[in-house]
Design a protein around this ligand. Structure first.
Ligand SMILES: Nc1nc2c(c(=O)[nH]1)N[C@H]1C(S)=C(S)[C@@H](COP(=O)(O)O)O[C@H]1N2
Ligand SMILES: [Mo]
Length: 263
């Protein structure tokens, strides 16, 4: 649309015409690129902000359109990321000497065991001890750990590859399911992970940070380290691990965050 030039209301400048056209074009493009900003520009941020929350389910707390975008992103990422895509690794010297602690939901109880419960079918649970896991091949890596709050830190982790754990306990049938669910012993923190990301070669059932056993606030005895996901998915103090074809409940997805939370 042509608008009068402010300085000279009788004149229209070509610049305005071009820039308005290009803005429209960009809005259009980013909308179809699933950009949240694009969607907001298209519908108006205030409409988005005031639209009803999604129907509460495995995910909750996000506006309906935003959740639609997040779920569409999951489809795109699942189909386009090459299976072997690795997170960047760093030299040992780059690892934080005093790693920061963030998030203590599910860590307050005294229910600190040296095993985890692995539900291999609805009626069958096996106890997998820390000692057993330590006897399996150890994998270490130094990766950038990223929190959705905006900070990141290079950290040195050690543990058993999730895929080695699957192989050792012959859980192939379970690994053919779509999701892994994990929760703390008190059930207060819980996450769901798509199986492709769980089986990713850098995903660890982790028991060491900087070459030492995990401290309690970093998730003793065992935590998930999944460098292809944001920190929220890296559950500390695993109590129970199970397999499912439905999305397992997920603490932050119920509070408005992306279920997939991939990097
Ligand atoms: N049990 C549990 N695990 C958790 C959290 C939590 O609150 N409780 N917070 C998550 C978040 S948001 C981040 S960023 C990382 C932080 O891990 P760190 O304390 O080892 O740095 O743990 C994740 N795992
Ligand atoms: Mo986080």
């Amino acid at each position: 649309m042509l608008k009068p030039n402010k300085e000279n209301p009788q004149r229209f400048t070509e610049g305005e015409l071009v820039s308005e056209k290009s803005i429209k074009r960009r809005t259009f493009l980013s909308f179809f690129g699933f950009g949240i900003a694009g969607v907001a520009a298209y519908f108006g941020w205030s409409d988005l902000y005031h639209e009803p929350l999604e129907t509460k389910g495995v995910t909750a707390g996000a506006r309906q359109t935003l959740r639609g975008v997040l779920n569409a992103n999951e489809q795109v990422f699942n189909k386009t990321l090459p299976a072997g895509h690795l997170a960047k690794t760093y030299p040992l010297s780059a690892a934080a000497k005093v790693p920061r602690v963030n998030g203590d939901i599910g860590l307050a109880g005294s229910d600190i065991n040296n095993w985890i419960d692995v539900i291999i079918s609805p009626g069958q649970t096996i106890k997998v001890t820390l000692e057993e896991l330590k006897s399996l091949p150890k994998t270490e890596h130094v990766v950038d750990f990223r929190c959705v709050e905006g900070w990141d830190q290079i950290m040195h982790w050690g543990g058993v590859k999730f895929s080695d754990f699957i192989k050792h306990y012959q859980l192939d049938k379970q690994a053919a399911m779509e999701y892994v669910g994990l929760h703390t012993p008190d059930n207060k923190y819980y996450v769901g992970i798509d199986m492709a990301s769980a089986l990713h070669p850098q995903t660890l059932l982790c028991y060491e940070l900087n070459g030492k056993p995990l401290s309690q606030d970093h998730g003793y005895p065992l935590r998930l380290i999944i460098p292809v996901k944001y920190g929220i998915k890296n559950l500390k103090r695993i109590g129970t691990l199970y397999f499912s074809n439905q999305r397992p409940p997920d603490y932050w997805a119920e509070n408005g965050y992306d279920y997939y939370s991939g990097l």
